[in-house]
Ligand binder design. Structure first.
Ligand SMILES: [Zn+2]
Length: 79
Protein backbone atom coordinates (compact mmCIF):
# COMPACT_ATOMS: atom_id res chain seq x y z
CA UNK A 1 0.00 0.00 0.00
CA UNK A 2 2.80 2.38 0.88
CA UNK A 3 4.52 1.83 -2.47
CA UNK A 4 1.29 2.53 -4.36
CA UNK A 5 1.01 5.86 -2.60
CA UNK A 6 4.56 6.81 -3.62
CA UNK A 7 3.81 5.88 -7.24
CA UNK A 8 0.66 8.02 -7.13
CA UNK A 9 2.63 11.03 -5.88
CA UNK A 10 5.26 10.55 -8.61
CA UNK A 11 2.54 10.46 -11.27
CA UNK A 12 1.04 13.67 -9.90
CA UNK A 13 4.42 15.32 -10.19
CA UNK A 14 4.52 14.83 -13.98
CA UNK A 15 3.11 17.71 -16.02
CA UNK A 16 -0.21 16.43 -17.36
CA UNK A 17 0.10 18.66 -20.45
CA UNK A 18 3.53 17.34 -21.41
CA UNK A 19 2.90 14.95 -24.32
CA UNK A 20 6.39 13.41 -24.27
CA UNK A 21 9.24 13.26 -26.77
CA UNK A 22 7.46 11.41 -29.58
CA UNK A 23 4.52 13.82 -29.69
CA UNK A 24 6.75 16.89 -29.39
CA UNK A 25 9.01 15.74 -32.22
CA UNK A 26 5.99 14.95 -34.37
CA UNK A 27 5.04 18.64 -34.33
CA UNK A 28 8.48 20.27 -34.09
CA UNK A 29 8.60 21.16 -37.81
CA UNK A 30 5.13 22.71 -37.65
CA UNK A 31 6.18 24.52 -34.47
CA UNK A 32 9.24 26.03 -36.21
CA UNK A 33 7.16 27.01 -39.27
CA UNK A 34 4.68 28.76 -36.99
CA UNK A 35 7.45 30.59 -35.13
CA UNK A 36 8.94 31.74 -38.45
CA UNK A 37 5.53 32.88 -39.66
CA UNK A 38 5.04 34.97 -36.53
CA UNK A 39 2.31 32.68 -35.26
CA UNK A 40 2.14 32.13 -31.49
CA UNK A 41 3.36 28.53 -31.59
CA UNK A 42 3.48 28.02 -27.78
CA UNK A 43 -0.18 29.03 -27.46
CA UNK A 44 -1.22 26.81 -30.38
CA UNK A 45 0.85 23.86 -29.10
CA UNK A 46 0.90 24.23 -25.29
CA UNK A 47 1.85 20.61 -24.63
CA UNK A 48 4.78 20.74 -27.03
CA UNK A 49 5.84 24.12 -25.64
CA UNK A 50 5.92 22.70 -22.12
CA UNK A 51 7.90 19.73 -23.36
CA UNK A 52 10.51 21.91 -25.11
CA UNK A 53 11.02 23.71 -21.80
CA UNK A 54 11.28 20.47 -19.81
CA UNK A 55 13.29 18.25 -22.20
CA UNK A 56 16.87 19.19 -23.13
CA UNK A 57 17.04 16.76 -26.06
CA UNK A 58 13.88 18.03 -27.74
CA UNK A 59 14.79 21.65 -27.05
CA UNK A 60 18.10 21.08 -28.85
CA UNK A 61 16.23 19.64 -31.84
CA UNK A 62 13.97 22.71 -31.85
CA UNK A 63 16.91 25.11 -31.56
CA UNK A 64 18.75 23.30 -34.34
CA UNK A 65 15.78 23.59 -36.68
CA UNK A 66 15.34 27.28 -35.83
CA UNK A 67 19.04 27.92 -36.49
CA UNK A 68 18.91 26.02 -39.80
CA UNK A 69 15.81 27.95 -40.84
CA UNK A 70 17.44 31.27 -39.92
CA UNK A 71 20.53 30.38 -41.99
CA UNK A 72 18.30 29.42 -44.90
CA UNK A 73 16.38 32.69 -44.59
CA UNK A 74 19.59 34.72 -44.63
CA UNK A 75 20.92 32.81 -47.64
CA UNK A 76 17.71 33.29 -49.60
CA UNK A 77 17.67 37.03 -48.88
CA UNK A 78 21.27 37.59 -49.95
CA UNK A 79 21.74 38.54 -53.61
ZN1 LIG B 1 11.70 15.25 -25.29
Amino acid sequence: MHQRWILFVLLLDADPRDPGCDAARAVVHVYVDELRAGIDAPTRNPGAADHFVACDACRQVLQGLVATAATHDRASHDP
